[in-house]
Design a protein around this ligand. Structure first.
Ligand SMILES: C[S@@+](CC[C@H](N)C(=O)[O-])C[C@H]1O[C@@H](n2cnc3c(N)ncnc32)[C@H](O)[C@@H]1O
Length: 299
């Protein structure tokens, strides 16, 4: 057996590298994570025949192949855990409360835009598409867009293929599995074209102001289990950009362990029957309008 060679990461270079990574994608590695970076990135140095992390840092900043390396770096450092029908109370709030409301409020416009920001391998946006199909297809003559985006190219490749192992279905009911997936050999499940056709995927770094400026007038943003890895400053940037991209009255759905406390006062916290969700006020700011709900902590 060959032992993986670990190249030492000096403290000063660790700080340069982590600040660079943080500035690029928002993910913050505290001092306790030095060993993790050392372990996960040592093989990148070997790959490029670099002798030290200092050389690797310069490579990331100035080499003409830096963009390619950033893609691999992100792939090595991001957590991509996800599965179909994750966080069922929130999905019930979406299906049973948010969608019927949008059906009424958007009836004149007949457009519905949903963004799964940080969609990983695609289970989240495909779940949203299935929930829409299950909602009765009243939106058939609407213009419906479901966008899944992620910074990691590898997960997007899997998302576009739409073929999943059984482990992606730990929360999928047998009924949903047989209705929306085709079982193939080797225990793979392929999402049916009717669902796949509703979702488009795009590579997008949530901290890239240029790329995100192309998105606007969104009705619902799902950004679940993504900004938990960001520090406060990066969270504030991303949430403020979500606020810009949502139309007034649009919803922001975060992961169940996430909240906007100390991050933003620009959203209303609404207590629905199934879950609590954030909503961009129709006009003006959240402060003052519905202050009782706003002042509640989510958890
Ligand atoms: C744990 S997964 C969450 C997947 C899904 N939203 C869910 O809750 O099941 C987090 C995803 O966020 C992505 N991510 C991390 N930083 C990002 C950034 N700056 N821009 C876009 N996506 C990012 C990661 O690549 C990863 O696929």
């Amino acid at each position: 057996m060959f032992e993986e060679q670990i190249i030492p990461l000096p403290d000063d270079v660790f700080r340069l590298l982590r600040d660079f990574i943080h500035g690029y994608c928002g993910i913050f590695f505290d001092d306790g994570s030095k060993f993790l970076l050392e372990r996960r990135l040592s093989r990148r140095l070997e790959q490029h025949r670099l002798k030290s992390f200092e050389e690797y840092y310069h490579f990331l900043r100035y080499d003409r192949k830096r963009e390619e390396e950033l893609t691999v770096l992100v792939d090595n450092l991001t957590t991509n855990e996800t599965y179909f029908f994750r966080e069922s109370p929130q999905l019930r709030a979406f299906s049973e409360e948010i969608l019927p409301e949008l059906r009424q409020t958007l009836a004149a416009r007949k457009t519905l835009r949903i963004w799964s920001a940080g969609c990983s391998t695609g289970e989240e946006p495909y779940t949203i598409a299935i929930l829409l199909l299950e909602a009765g297809e009243w939106w058939r003559d609407w213009q419906v867009e479901i966008l899944g985006s992620d910074i990691n190219q590898r997960v997007l490749h899997t998302a576009r293929k739409g073929v999943y192992k059984k482990s992606a279905h730990r929360a999928t009911s047998p009924e949903m599995l047989s209705k929306y997936f085709i079982e193939e050999e080797k225990g793979n499940y392929r999402i049916i074209d009717k669902v796949r056709g509703l979702v488009s995927f795009s590579s997008l770094n949530l901290l890239d102001p240029y790329k995100t400026s192309l998105i606007s007038n969104v009705d619902v943003i799902f950004c679940r289990n993504v900004i938990i890895y960001f520090d406060k400053e990066a969270k504030k940037k991303v949430i403020s950009s979500f606020h810009d991209k949502l139309r007034g009255g649009g919803y922001l759905l975060l992961g169940h362990s996430e909240s906007l406390i100390n991050i933003s006062n620009a959203f209303l916290l609404r207590t629905l029957k199934n879950d609590m969700v954030y909503q961009k006020p129709l006009r003006g700011t959240a402060e003052g309008s519905n202050s009782k709900e706003q002042s509640m902590n989510k958890f």
